[in-house]
Design a binder for this molecule. Sequence first.
Ligand SMILES: [Cu+2]
Length: 125
Amino acid sequence: MNTIRRITTGALTLALSLALTAAPLAALAHVFPQKQEPGAGTTVEAPAKVTITFDGPLEPAFSSLTVTNASGTQVNTAKSGIDAHQPNVESVALPALPAGKYIVHWVAVAPDGHRTHGDYAFNVK
Ligand SMILES: [Cu+2]
């Protein structure tokens, strides 16, 4: 009884300390979107820009946002940029978009060089 209890506590302590050491490392190394405007899967009036707020600062030289239409053609002509006052906010200006489905492709590089990427769609009415 006593031994089992000790083992269980030991395993719990080990799991806890692993979680505690792993979490901050992962958070430092890789950035992910926290907020997307327009949001994933939403249908909106043609937006003037796409803005993504990440959970950590981005390396401007290697991070980017591009937007393509349903046939895969890039629709943004402007280059994406990081907000001057918020290093975790990136946006890209858009031309007047006709109705349809659009895909936002994001590449986020943290200051330590770790890269994450993803995409999501929104619809213009
Ligand atoms: Cu990495």
